[in-house]
Ligand binder design. Sequence first.
Ligand code: KIV
Length: 272
Amino acid sequence: MEKVAIRHIQQKKATGKKITMLTAYDYFMAKLVDEAGIDAILIGDSLGMVILGYQSTTQVTMNDMIRHAMAVRRGAKRALIIGDMPYKSFDTSDKAVANARRFIKEAGCDAVKLEGESRRAASAIIKDGIPVLGHLGLTPQTASEFKVQGKDAESAKGILNASLGLEGTGCFAIVLECVPAKLAATITSKLSIPTIGIGAGPQCDGQVLVLNDILGLFDRFAPRFVKRYADLGDAAKKAIAAFKDDVETGKFPGSEHSFKMKKEELEKLKCE
Ligand code: KIV
């Protein structure tokens, strides 16, 4: 079981094999994702919405991210682990480097992800020896509206140029979120580093989704690009309701869930 490294992710583009990435936020889920053989785990700042119950990802702090990244690291032995730099954690180069170092040193991440065209921050982090995953297209930390990006030639060109710019700074791959499939295909063909799509069509070099979305563990909204592979939320609700019913009707706990005491000890207890 060889640990996935950046070079493995990049080799996949060269050999035409698809890269798989999912988010995870805790030990147990990271272990499941790792054991399923997914290439890379992203501790996304989607943490804020799907785990912490915040209204938006902009409320997520570095301390939130580090605590969850540490748990993911404990659960995942094989996958490449990427920490997502939260809102305003990379608005100056010094801050970007200091926070990226926290992901590596405190949480044991292998790389960090930056949203937007933050070439200066990306470049400073890469110069510090930390691999960076870019993220373009829809960037929720700064988006005023959650809609497909790059639908007209001018904005599409902007995303293409920004992708080339991030490649130039030394990013090892780029996430493309919510862009037309043909634009993602064009960017993928023009870059030598891999593209990892989310709502960006089938021709990206890999795909990433939010784990809670694919497992049916998040119901506040469902973007069109999500495919739900299980309804664990519904299964969990049924299990919880069954527990409640068993307790209320005296079916739980049964003798198989209870502990025995020797008869003579019980007699002594009664005499006291
Ligand atoms: O925060 C996140 O989960 C992400 C992915 C959706 C790419 O940035």
